[in-house]
Design a protein around this ligand. Structure first.
Ligand SMILES: Cc1cc2nc3c(=O)[nH]c(=O)nc-3n(C[C@H](O)[C@H](O)[C@H](O)COP(=O)(O)OP(=O)(O)OC[C@H]3O[C@@H](n4cnc5c(N)ncnc54)[C@H](O)[C@@H]3O)c2cc1C
Length: 305
């Protein structure tokens, strides 16, 4: 088991209104926490033309609200770790969070990752870890010289696509956004549409595109700003629409795991997200303190036996 000092109180996943609210409250509460997300904050907020239902701001544009969120984080002294979380693992007494750069432990985790812009392709979850990956830096090396498909839904993640193209023998690239900065080459084809289906046997063998084309590949990378909660954490209870099931204190079905914002279900609204982030922060920190004490007592008991 990891030493108490190597485990932080809370990890927050997501830099939308839910994650920001959780982080600001954790800071005020004096927690030892990490906020993982993107320095550009929430794409959804950025895309909102005019917001008229956020308390205290009768009329605010999305970009203006994102700017205010960034100012609030900076004034509170909260730092964003610009990293994508690719997996959360229940270690019994604590949780381990894997990003595209590192693995970190926490007594509680708040998932505030929003709802995904891309629905999982058929076979995507089934082949996760068997040819499907969400993490270029974790798994890219496995596909050196091989044929891969890469789906990307955000300009903020295109550097990962570029990295993969430097390793792959041949790459089919599916940018699912208005514009791409990636250029075609002898070993990179920019394909239209997206990957609709992943298929194979023990491992991925091919993908079917939205235009019905079948392409043989060794692996598929889905570079998404937000992956489905069940892909992020095994065993998390979700409803029929894939939202994380939570109690009133925002705790999810796995001990130590909390959720807030769109990821817990409708209505998809800013004020709901901020409110849930606030509740989750208080609940997650209370549990972290309890777990830290439990661990100390266990250590004393071990020393006395
Ligand atoms: C066009 C548009 C207009 C809207 N207008 C309104 C409105 O007028 N009023 C209103 O109340 N609501 C409005 N909404 C809805 C509102 O934007 C959302 O309800 C709100 O943004 C949800 O906040 P959230 O924090 O749950 O998720 P999001 O805002 O989606 O934020 C999720 C964050 O998590 C990050 N993230 C996701 N996965 C990971 C990962 N694995 N690792 C690290 N980070 C990750 C994302 O990058 C993002 O920063 C609008 C939405 C849209 C799209």
């Amino acid at each position: 088991m990891a030493d108490n000092s190597e485990i932080c109180d809370v990890i927050v996943v997501g830099t939308g209104p839910a994650g920001i609210s959780a982080a600001v409250n954790l800071k005020i509460l004096g927690a030892d926490f990490i906020l993982f997300g993107h320095s550009s904050l929430s794409e959804k907020v950025e895309r909102s033309e005019l917001i008229r239902n956020y308390p205290g701001l009768p009329e605010v544009t999305g970009p203006e609200l994102n700017r205010l969120f960034a100012e609030h984080l900076s004034a509170a002294g909260v730092e964003i770790r610009n990293e994508n979380v690719v997996g959360i693992y229940d270690m019994g007494d604590y949780l381990s969070v894997l990003t595209d750069k590192r693995s970190v432990n926490a007594f509680s985790v708040i998932i505030a990752s929003g709802v995904q812009s891309l629905k999982p392709a058929k076979g995507e979850l089934e082949f996760l870890g068997r040819g499907v990956s969400y993490c270029a830096t974790c798994d890219g090396e496995l596909y050196r010289g091989k044929k891969i498909a890469v789906v990307c839904d955000s300009p903020a993640l295109e550097h990962e696509a570029v990295y993969l193209s430097s390793l792959a023998g041949y790459m089919y690239y599916f940018p699912v956004m208005k514009e791409t900065s990636v250029k075609e080459s002898d070993t990179l084809r920019i394909a239209g549409g997206t990957v609709k289906e992943v298929s194979g046997g023990m491992k991925v063998q091919s993908v079917i595109t939205s235009s019905g084309e079948s392409i043989d590949v060794d692996g598929v990378f889905f570079l998404k700003r937000s992956v489905s909660p069940s892909a992020l954490m095994f065993g998390l209870a979700t409803d029929e629409d894939g939202h994380i099931v939570v109690s009133r204190d925002m705790s999810a079905s796995v001990r130590g795991c909390f959720a807030a914002g769109d990821v817990t279900g409708r209505p998809y609204q800013l004020a709901k997200a901020a409110g849930e982030g606030n509740t989750a922060a208080h609940s997650a920190l209370a549990l972290a303190k309890q777990r830290r004490e439990e661990q100390k007592l266990q250590k004393i008991e071990r020393q006395n036996t």
